[in-house]
Write a protein that binds this ligand. Structure first.
Ligand SMILES: [Zn+2]
Length: 104
């Protein structure tokens, strides 16, 4: 199996899903820009992971499967503001969106 990078190790703008190992997004390629969950957790003294930090990325497919296993559904709320994207990222998103719309 191919060795995948950890969540903090982005090479050439690539972000991998820690769960399925698939490439989630490549910031240098405009046509592969997908949203994902990024988690950073610093475990404290009252855990069995004393002062260890964990960091990982989860793609939307794995996220959906993970949520299906929850006994209590997640709370959903409207989001008014999009995250802070750089000018480059906004340009990439607009290009990707335009490409999707043109397919239609
Ligand atoms: Zn995944």
């Amino acid at each position: 199996m191919e060795q995948h990078k950890g969540a903090r190790q982005y090479s050439h703008g690539e972000v991998y899903c820690n769960c399925c190992g698939e490439l989630i997004t490549n910031r240098e390629r405009t046509n592969q820009h997908r949203d994902y969950l990024h988690v950073e957790k610093a475990w404290g003294y009252f855990s069995s992971k004393d002062l260890a930090g964990h960091s990982f990325n989860i793609c939307e497919n794995c996220y959906d499967r993970w949520l299906e296993s929850f006994r209590i559904p997640v709370e959903e709320f409207p989001v008014d503001e999009i995250p802070n994207y750089s000018e480059d990222e906004i340009a990439q998103l607009n290009e990707a969106y335009a490409a999707e719309v043109c397919k239609g």
